[in-house]
Structures are given as C-alpha cells and as structure tokens.
Design a binder for this molecule. Structure first.
Ligand code: ATR
Length: 283
C-alpha cells in the first residue's frame, strides 16, 4: 500500500518540542470532526532538519508545523512560499502540492483571527499601534497591522538597535523607540501588543504604566502561560478591552489543519477550555 492511501499524518517539528500544545489542538479537531489522521511530535535537531524535511513526504506526512528554532531554515528549504512567509522569511506550516514543498506563516492569521474574534472592530480607524519587542513575533504582528491599515506603528524594544533594524524593513510606517519613550507612544496608540517574553511564567513581569493609553484602546499580549498576564489583568482593571495570547495559538493552527486534513476547523469555547485546563494543570 502506498503511503498516500494511509490516513493523513502531520507533525510539529521543533527542538525541543515536548512542551508544544499543538498536538492537543490538532488531535481535538481530528476527534471532533471524525477525521482519520494523526498529529505527532518530531524532535529534530538543527543539523538533522534538512534531511527530515526532505523526507517528510516519503515518510507519509501531508505536512507539518515548524517551531523554534527551525522557522527560518525551513523557509529556505521550501520550493514555494506564501506572500506572508516571503515577507517574514520564516515559515511555521509546511504542506505538499503539485509535488512541491510549500511553506506558509500562519502567525499573522493567528494574531488577526484572535483579535477579530475577541475584540471585534479593533482595527477600525487604527491610527497608531505600539508593539513591545523586536523579535520574530513582533515582525509577524507588524506585518499583520500593516495589512489591516495601521497608519503608524511604534516598535519599542530594550535593545534599540534591534527595533531600528526591524523598523527599517517596513519603511516610514514603523518608528523605533526604546522603553524610555513608552508613554509618548501609548498616548498615540489605539492598540498595544506585547511580543516580549516579559510576563511569561518564569520571566520578570512587564512593568508598563497603561494610563497614557486612550480609553478605547485594545491591549493584546502574546503570552498565554499564565493565561492572563499581569499586563492583561491591568488592562482589564482599567476597563480596556484585552486579548490574551491563547487565541493567537489556537487561530494560527487553523490553516495548517485545513491544508493537511481538508476541513477548516473552528476555534470553539470547548477547544479553548481544553487548552486552558492543560495550561492550568502545568503551572
Ligand atoms: P521571538 O522571536 O519569539 O519574538 P526573541 O527574538 O527572543 O523572541 O525576542 C524576545 C523579545 O523580548 C526581544 O524584543 C527582547 O528584547 P531585546 O531585543 O532587547 O533582547 C525582549 N525581552 C526579553 N527579555 C527581556 C527583558 N528582561 N526586558 C526587556 N525586554 C526583554
């Protein structure tokens, strides 16, 4: 029997990968949608990545997710990439079509899907947005904000040079600042997004004074362990709309599942509750 006639398989490739909650998400959808298929963990070292990716199809995989530290190397291994992945030079989702390896980056769709679901209308008249951090997550979020027509984006980072490098890739739309300028940026922002690891379980908290933000601003954090970071709690206490990081994790999984298993899954309250319970149990 050929590999292709077996139930479709997918996996997440990372190093390390044991901590990943992607299997829980995809296996939930497989079960709910009564699809025969599997989603596995693949712990692959950087030196083994090219061989593993080239062997994916032959091993019977319909595709894979890619996580740290492989997103840039996997991008380089693809035969074709989506416009978003080309813009970010990183992929987190692989699939096969026309005998070729395709790559996409669903972090952008994940961020947008999460805000659209949890803070509808957040992007209406988006004059200014402030992004804390200048790593890969910040790049994906700036890309997403550009798509939704943000007029001005402040990227604020501890290491100013990194923020400047990121801003330069996007042109005059993005202005680089260091943390001493946070208040000035927040006063002009309808959206604040934390993309740093500050506030994550085991990391120092993010000490940001939210008082300069306009009363109708939305605050978003990519941190989802804990489920509500101090930033999200502070935003809610101020009466602002606040979107924690779990939604982005759940929504970024949707396009990959659809590619591999042929059905577009939904981010439901049940799925959210399942992952929340897993996170709470891990704390
Ligand atoms: P990712 O690619 O996941 O976004 P990253 O490239 O490691 O991750 O970036 C982490 C971000 O968190 C960076 O913006 C980092 O700031 P620096 O560029 O100055 O390192 C930020 N960060 C991490 N720890 C921090 C801390 N203790 N204080 C301030 N910023 C911090």
């Amino acid at each position: 029997m050929s590999a292709r006639s077996n139930p479709p398989r997918a996996c997440i490739i990372g190093w390390p990968v044991q901590h990943s909650r992607s299997p829980l998400i995809h296996r939930y959808w497989l079960k709910e949608l009564k699809i025969e298929g599997s989603y596995e963990l693949a712990e692959v070292s950087p030196e083994d990545l090219p061989k593993f990716v080239r062997g994916l199809h032959g091993a019977g995989f319909a595709g894979a997710n890619v996580t740290l530290p492989h997103k840039e190397t996997a991008f380089a291994l693809c035969d074709a990439v989506t416009d978003t992945a080309a813009g970010l030079k990183a992929v987190n989702t692989l699939w096969f079509a026309d005998g070729r390896l395709h790559g996409g980056n669903t972090d952008v769709a994940g961020f947008l899907g999460s805000l659209d679901q949890e803070a509808p209308g957040w992007d209406k008249g988006l004059e200014g947005a402030a992004v804390l951090g200048a790593g890969g997550a910040a790049r994906a979020i700036i890309y997403a904000l550009k798509i939704r027509g943000a007029r001005r984006i402040f990227v604020i980072n501890r290491t100013l040079a990194r923020a400047e490098e990121l801003a330069a890739q996007f042109g005059p739309l993005v202005e680089a600042l260091d943390f001493s300028c946070v208040s000035r940026a927040l006063a002009k922002a309808k959206l604040l997004v934390n993309t740093t690891s500050l506030g994550m379980s085991g990391q120092p908290p993010l000490a940001a004074d939210l008082s300069p933000l306009p009363a109708d601003a939305v605050v978003s954090d990519i941190v989802y362990v804990p489920l509500e970071s101090a930033l999200i709690k502070t935003a809610k206490a101020r009466g602002l709309r606040a979107v924690a990081g779990l939604g982005m994790l759940l929504h970024q999984a949707v396009p990959g599942f659809e590619r591999w298993f042929g059905v577009r899954p939904q981010v439901t309250p049940e799925l959210r509750a399942l992952i929340e319970a897993d996170i709470l149990a891990s704390l």
